[in-house]
Design a protein around this ligand. Structure first.
Ligand code: CO8
Length: 264
C-alpha cells in the first residue's frame, strides 16, 4: 500500500512529502509472492514520477513481522524454471528499490527473514524496534540468499560477520543488529516508524538534488577505487551547481530563513 504524507503540513508552500510503502499481507506474514511483488514493482515505478517526494519509508502493517521473505508455499508450486524467474524478478525489484533517486528507510518491527532482511538491506538506512529479528535462513532451506543478501550484507557489515549469519542461519535481535551495523538506530518496540519518519523529515528539509547526488556519489563510489570515486564525486557535485535550489539555499542563508527547495 502506497501513501504520501506531507513532511511539513504547517508550511503550505512547502511541497516536500514522504512516500510510505506498507507491506500488508497478514495471512502469509508479508511473505513475498507474485501478487505482492507485482504491486511493489508498480509502486517503485510511481515514486520517481512525483517530484515532491523526498524520502521513502518501507514498513509493515502486520503485527510482529516486517517480512517473512519469499513465499515458501507459492515456491512449492513453482517449477525450477518459474522459481528461477521469480527470484530474478525479486532481485531486480530490490535493485530498483535501492536505485530509487531518493533515500529509502526501512522501519523494521518483528521478523525480517531471508528476502525480508534482503529488502531492508536494499534500503539506504534501517531503523529497528527492540522486537526486531533479522536472519538469513536460506542455508537451512538448502539454498543461499538470492536477492542481494550475499552482496549487500558483507558490504555493510564486513565479510566475517555476514558469513557467520549466512552459514549458521542464526537469527539476531535488534541490539545485536545495531552492534553489527545492520541497523542505524534501535528504538523501543513499536517506535521504528516514528523514528524513520523523523529522519525522513530531516532529509526533506534539504535540497533533493543534493541528497540524490550524495546518494549516487556514495553508491557508485563504493563500487570503485578511491581515485575513481573522487571522480564520481566531482561529477555528482557538478550536477548541483546550476540549480535554482542552490541559489535558494544561499539566499535563505543570507535572509536568515528556512530554505524551500523545489528540486529544480
Ligand atoms: N512463506 C509463506 N507463508 C509463510 C511464510 C513464508 N515465508 N512465513 C510464514 N508464513 C505463513 C505460515 O505458514 C502461517 O500460515 P498458516 O497459518 O497457514 O500455517 C502464517 O504465515 C503464520 O505464520 P506463523 O504461525 O509462523 O507466524 P509467527 O508470527 O509465529 O511467526 C515468522 C512469524 C517468524 C515470520 C515465521 O512464520 C517464520 O519463521 N517464517 C519463515 C521465515 C522464512 O524462513 N522465510 C523464508 C526465507 S528464504 C527466502 O526468503 C529466500 C527464498 C528464495 C527462494 C524463492 C524462490 C521463489
Amino acid at each position: 500500500v502506497f501513501e504520501k504524507i506531507k513532511a511539513y503540513p504547517d508550511e503550505p508552500e512547502n511541497p516536500a512529502s514522504i512516500a510510505v510503502l506498507r507491506m500488508v499481507r497478514e495471512k502469509a506474514k508479508n511473505a513475498l509472492g507474485r501478487q505482492m511483488l507485482g504491486e511493489f514493482v508498480d509502486a517503485l515505478e510511481a515514486i520517481p514520477q512525483d517530484p515532491s517526494l523526498r524520502a521513502v519509508i518501507l514498513t509493515s502493517e502486520v503485527e510482529r513481522v516486517f517480512c517473512a521473505g519469499a513465499d515458501l508455499k507459492e515456491r512449492r508450486t513453482m517449477t525450477q524454471q518459474e522459481a528461477g524467474m521469480f527470484v530474478s524478478k525479486l532481485r531486480n525489484s530490490f535493485t530498483s528499490l535501492s536505485n530509487l533517486p531518493l533515500p529509502v528507510i526501512a522501519a523494521v518491527e518483528g521478523a525480517a527473514l531471508g528476502g525480508g532482511i534482503e529488502i531492508a538491506l536494499a534500503c539506504d538506512l534501517r531503523v529497528a524496534g527492540k522486537n526486531a529479528i533479522f536472519g538469513l535462513p536460506e542455508t537451512s532451506l538448502a539454498i543461499i540468499p538470492g536477492a542481494g543478501g550475499t552482496q549487500r550484507l558483507p558490504r555493510l557489515i564486513g565479510a566475517a560477520r555476514a558469513k557467520e549469519l549466512m552459514f549458521t542461519a542464526r537469527r539476531i535481535n535488534a541490539d545485536e543488529a545495531e552492534k553489527y551495523g545492520v541497523v542505524n538506530h534501535t528504538v523501543e518496540a513499536g517506535g521504528a516508524f516514528d523514528k524513520a519518519f523523523e529522519i525522513a523529515t530531516e532529509i526533506a528539509r534539504n535540497g533533493p538534488i543534493g541528497v540524490r547526488a550524495a546518494k549516487t556519489a556514495v553508491d557508485v563510489g563504493l563500487q570503485t577505487d578511491l581515485t575513481s570515486g573522487m571522480e564520481v564525486e566531482r561529477v555528482c557535485y557538478a550536477q548541483t551547481i546550476p540549480t535554482s535550489d542552490r541559489m535558494e539555499g544561499l539566499n535563505a542563508f543570507r535572509e536568515k530563513r528556512k530554505p524551500i527547495y523545489k528540486g529544480e
